[in-house]
Structure formats: structure tokens, C-alpha cells
Design a protein around this ligand. Sequence first.
Ligand code: CND
Ligand code: ZN
Length: 376
Amino acid sequence: MSTAGKVIKCKAAVAWEIQKPLVIEQIEVAPPKDHEVRIKILATGICGTDNHVLSGTFAVPLPMILGHEAAGVVESVGEGVTCVKPGDHVIPLAVPQCGNCSPCQNSRGNLCTQNDITRVRGLMPDGTSRFTCKGKALHHFVSTSTFTEYTVVHENAVVKIDAAAPLEKVCLIGCGFSTGYGAALQTAQVEHGSTCAVFGLGGVGLSAVMGCKAAGASRIIGVDINKSKFAKAKELGATECVNPLDYKKPINEVLFDMTDGEGVDYSFEAIGRTDTMIAALASCHENFGTSVIMGVPPSASKICFDPMLLFTGRTWKGSVLGGWKCKDSFPKLVSDFMGKKFVLNPLITQTLPFEKINEGFELLRSGKSIRTVLTF
Ligand code: CND
Ligand code: ZN
């Protein structure tokens, strides 16, 4: 019996409060309105950003259904949707691509004005929610919300992918992989033979390592306070790894020592801390070094730094979802994965049933996982 046009009752992991486990609840998911798409989620990764919300560093309106790195199948579509149809395999887009706004029209930008990241409302573009639980509306997360069996997204925030692609792997293209890989290849445009440093060797940082390697960097230095991350970083392309806790000096000075006093050509911050953002900036070449912030900064945080760091010529950039225009790029990244141009398996350290979502978060917090993929 078709569920199109009807409310679907299903399981979802609800974030009712920060610093509390998610609660698996039965929720109601309304049918998609005009230009909206209802998706059956089949696989979703747990990203550091979801954890920032639960720890309270990334402030969003609660209750909310988190999750933004996923793949699934279209269940039904609202009036006027032409980009996908029921049965299509899709990736929901945490950065939509409307195609009409100035970032969408500019080749240098990807942060579509329809995004719900810079000022999180936690609602569909029309200002309402499609989720309810116990009579209460639940917020959506960054245009996606994937810790649920069914979600509803705007048609600008979903893209069709190759039906042959394994959803429990390519879900990582929805966030972590694309973010790190794109930060190196597109935002920084790492050059052949250059020296790079990647701060934070989680799913995002390791993907930046892969991007630096793909760009032909000759040295890739991984930086993390958890040395258990080093073996995988080396497997994926890091030429050396350092633990800031092993040194008395600030890590930027250590990196200068390692590069004959030059600093690295490119540095990447994939942690989400203001002190490491400054350390990454200070680690790159004072004249032509480029540092890219990928880590989501804590809400309402401020940075105080010596402007001489920039005066001498360094470039400081940010990168959301690797700078990719998601509708244009994600299907190509899926094809590249199918064509074995890069790997995703090493990033997936655990695959768990959706009900074990809190276990997945524990693994991330304790540093024992890179990506846990939840399957439904
Ligand atoms: P994850 O928690 O897996 O990795 C963070 C890594 O940083 C871990 O290996 C930690 O051990 C390490 N770390 C923590 N503190 C320090 C420190 N002081 N010095 C050195 N290393 C440290 O997270 P993730 O890889 O999923 O995400 C990383 C960041 O990227 C996080 O802030 C997340 O919110 C952000 C992000 C950004 C975007 C984007 O579009 N820009 C997309 N997804 C995630
Ligand atoms: Zn993410």
C-alpha cells in the first residue's frame, strides 16, 4: 500500500536536550508539500557536527532530529518536483543548491542562501516543520535531518545518485568525506609538491589528508592529540604525524622546526576549536601560506589574534562542505568513488543498527571511531 500523501509513523532519534542521550521515539512525518521530497533514509554517518550540537557547543533550537550525512531512497514527492522521483537513490544536501542566488551563480561560491547553517532556524524553507512527536513539533537540522527512518527536504536539498552505489558507504559523501577532500582540492587548491598540515584526524581531517595526497602534496603532516589516529592517517597519505601533547613548544613552532623554519604551504583545521584555528594559521608560511578552517566554531565564540599573522601575506579561509556546489558535484563524487578514484572504507570504522545511535556517539567521543555508519 502506497504511503504517498499520508503521514508516516516511524522511528527517529530525538535530541530533546543537550548533554543527554538521544531518545528513539515514534514520530509522525508529514507528506512533502510543493517542491519537497520525502526520503526513506537507509544509511547515515555520525559527524563531529552532530556531536557539537549534543555537547552544546553548536547552539540550535531543540527538540531536533540531527544527522546530515546520509543516503536513501525517495518515497514520495510533492507537487512541482522534477529533479527526483519515487525510487530514486539520493543524498540529502546539508548545503542546498537553489541555482538562483548569488553564491549559486558565482563559480567561487557554494553557500546557497537557502542554507540553514549560518543562522539555524531548524525549519523547512516555508518556516514550518514536517516532524511531530507526542504532539510537539521537532526541528529539522541543516536542511536534512537524517537520524530518522523518513525525512522531508526541499527539492533544492536533495540530489539523485547512481542507483548502483552502496548507500552505506556513499552516505559519507553527504558530509565528512566531501568536506575534507574538497577543502584540500577546491578551497585551498593544494599544489603538487607542497607541504600540508592537517589538524584533527577524524573523518573530516582524514578526508583532507586524502585530498592533499590526491593533489600531489609531497609532505602531509597529521596533527592530533589522540595518537591512535596516526596509523590510519599514514595509511591514507600522511607522511608524518605529531601529537602536540608531546612538546613543550606551541605546535605551530614544532611545525616550523619540522619545515626548516618555513612553515607549511597549506594547513587545515578539522577540530572546531578557536585555539587550533589560530595554531593552524600560525603554522603556515608567513608570506604565501594558506590556512583553511573546516571545524565548526563554537557558537558565539570570538578569536583574538596577532594581525601580523595576516599582514605578512598569509591567507585564511573557511570551507563549508568542501566548497562543493552539492547538486552539481555529489553525483560526480559518487561516480568517482564507483570508479575507484578514492576510497571510503577506511573512514568507516563501525557499522551499527540505527537503534545503537548513542553507542555510535560514545565511540566518537572516546576517540575510538572515525565514522560510525548507522543502517536502518
Ligand atoms: P572528529 O571528532 O571525528 O575528529 C576531531 C579530531 O580532532 C579527533 O581525532 C580529536 O582527537 C582531534 N582533536 C581534538 N582536540 C584536539 C586538539 N586540541 N589538537 C589536535 N587534535 C585535536 O570530528 P569530525 O572529523 O567529524 O569533524 C571535525 C570538525 O569538522 C568538527 O568541528 C565538525 O563540526 C566539522 C565539520 C565541518 C564541516 C564543514 O562543512 N566545514 C562539515 N562536517 C564537519
Ligand atoms: Zn558533517
